[in-house]
Design a protein around this ligand. Structure first.
Ligand code: C2O
Length: 536
């Protein structure tokens, strides 16, 4: 198999968007960052050299990192950050995966500008399980703040309240047409009439789940999170931060210009960024002056579209690409995910309290030493392994919340023996407000076997689980006021972060980690740490 060697220089760059300029942290001066191209089976070596004043790490979101947890990237979970003036070589092999993923910074809110696509092509000579497209295009959806994002979140943490929403969404770095400002800053997607394209769509936004559609064209979904799905047609896709979706687009309409839109999905009563990002699908030969055929984005609370989309997602589960979900379960876990309120005497705006988030009422406290190092070198006092398998208090999760909304603080991990099987039900709570949480698990793909509204019923709901062709992914939206059930096999030793991929919720503490022990042989063990692993 091949070896891909890359250098990611972390540098400041001045960028103008929405009629104002600011200096942002980038990789190689690009926003979005460079696309990482590789093939299934390749070993990827990326040296990240930090030339800015901030700490940096890079996470290869969705890459399994089998036995190479040191290269996963979340700060203080698998590694200490790369300090200014330092570098680190990420070194991992793309085993059993092909498709679209993303990489992003994984420290504070740096991923708002430090992110890009990962394209893993199938092994040489192995075709896609769908007709070969004539062309391939990457679309990275994001968010843009006029102010510095670190300042946005630090301000919010001081006040105890929610941070400001972004000023616009972006498509490949451009907001499109924004009233009173940009009419020119529109990304153009060139297509030729009669051809078919594979669009690799990535949601790299910090805090918004997005609807994506193209005027006058339907999309055939063929892959999510670098796993093939049974193809289906849709007008609108739903894509949460951290998720990726590949669709086939037939350029089969009248030549012309067609609007693409990326707009917010949010069915909870919270502040949202209302500005729809637009781009243009441009058939070659169309005059620049010809009018753009518009599309109407769904209303932000179009939950029915989300449900239809999610229900249509089925793994391909063919002989070549079997869905290997566990049928026998060793660890049956039930985690609540949601918000809470803790005392904060210095939070004036929050009247002495602050918004937090939790999993099973534990607000995760970031350690000062990377957990993986603490685990490997047996450093005591960094974490505990008493993360609760069930909520400490049973209440009507989606109904009237309990009187005491305070959470417990702690760096608690859940320990799993190597190769044990897990069923995890993630239950949203209505504390403060029910809200959809796109939960991402590092180090694994999981199968989404069930999904529903209201409180999960362990006696009734498992009867309707999909144990035939459940979709396989690395990030799943827990429905607002509902639940999802996922299954996976703990076949990857290390410490694996799990968190809401809405960055504001991660910051508030909606995160935890699994500790997976080594197996018996060296082939089932975490490799030794690389020599240049950063120190805290
Ligand atoms: Cu894409 Cu822990 O994140």
């Amino acid at each position: 198999m091949g070896i891909g060697i890359d250098k990611y220089k972390v540098v400041q760059k001045n960028i103008t968007r929405l009629c104002s300029s600011k200096s942002i942290v980038t990789i190689n001066g690009k926003f979005p960052g460079p696309t990482l191209y590789a093939r299934e089976g390749d070993t990827v070596l990326v040296r990240v050299v930090n030339h800015v004043k901030a700490n940096v790490t890079i996470h290869w979101h969705g890459v399994r990192q089998l036995r190479t947890g040191w290269s996963d990237g979340p700060a203080y979970i698998t590694q200490c950050p790369i300090r200014p003036g330092h570098s680190f070589l990420y070194n991992f092999t793309l085993t059993g995966q092909r498709g679209t993923l993303l990489w992003h910074a994984h420290v504070n809110w740096l991923r708002s500008t430090v992110h890009g696509a990962i394209v893993i092509l199938p092994k040489r000579g192995v075709p896609y399980p769908f007709p070969k497209p004539d062309g391939e295009l990457v679309l990275v959806l994001g968010e843009w703040w006029k102010s510095d994002t670190e300042a946005v979140i630090n301000e919010a943490l001081k006040s105890g309240l929610a941070p400001n929403v972004s000023d616009a969404h972006t498509i490949n770095g451009h907001p499109g047409i924004v009233p009173n400002c940009s009419t020119q800053d529109v990304y153009n997607l060139p297509v030729e009439k009669g051809k078919t394209y594979l669009l690799r769509i990535i949601n790299a936004a910090l805090n918004e789940e997005l609807f994506f559609k193209i005027a006058g064209h339907s999309l055939t979904v063929v892959e999510v999170d670098a796993t093939y799905v049974k193809p289906f047609k849709t007008n609108t896709i739903l894509i949460a931060p951290g998720q990726t979706t590949n669709v086939l687009l037939n350029a089969d309409q009248k030549s012309g210009k067609y609007m693409l839109s990326a707009s917010t999905y949010m069915d909870a009563p919270v502040a949202i960024d209302n500005i729809t990002a637009t781009a243009t699908l441009h058939y070659t030969g169309t005059l620049a002056s010809s009018p753009t055929i518009l599309t109407t984005p769904p209303p932000p609370n179009a939950t029915q579209i989300v449900n239809n989309f999610n229900n249509a997602l089925r793994s391909l589960n063919s002989p070549k690409y079997p869905a290997k979900f566990p049928l026998k379960i060793d660890h049956s876990l039930f985690f609540t995910v949601g918000l809470g309120i803790n005392p904060c005497p210095s939070c004036k705006a929050g009247n002495g309290s602050r918004v937090v988030a939790s999993v099973n009422n534990v607000t995760f406290v970031m350690p000062n030493t990377a957990l993986l190092q603490a685990h490997y070198f047996n450093i005591k006092g960094v974490f505990t392994t008493d993360f609760p398998a069930k909520p400490p208090q049973v209440f009507n999760y989606t109904g009237v919340p309990p009187a005491n909304l305070n959470t417990t603080m702690g760096t608690k991990l859940y320990r799993l023996p190597f190769n044990s099987t897990v069923e995890l039900v993630l239950q949203d709570t209505g504390i403060i407000a029910p809200e959809s949480h796109p939960v991402h698990l590092h180090g694994f793909n999981f199968f989404v076997v069930g999904r529903g509204v209201g409180n999960y019923n362990p006696n009734k709901d498992p009867k309707s689980f999909n144990l035939v062709d459940p979709v396989e992914r690395n990030t799943v939206g827990v429905p607002t006021g509902g639940w999802v059930a996922i299954r996976f096999r703990a076949d990857n030793p290390g410490v694996w972060f799990m968190h809401c991929h809405l960055e504001v919720h991660t910051t508030w503490g909606l995160k935890m980690a699994f500790l997976v022990d080594n197996g018996k042989g060296s082939k089932e063990s975490l490799i030794p740490p690389p020599k240049d692993l950063p120190k805290c």
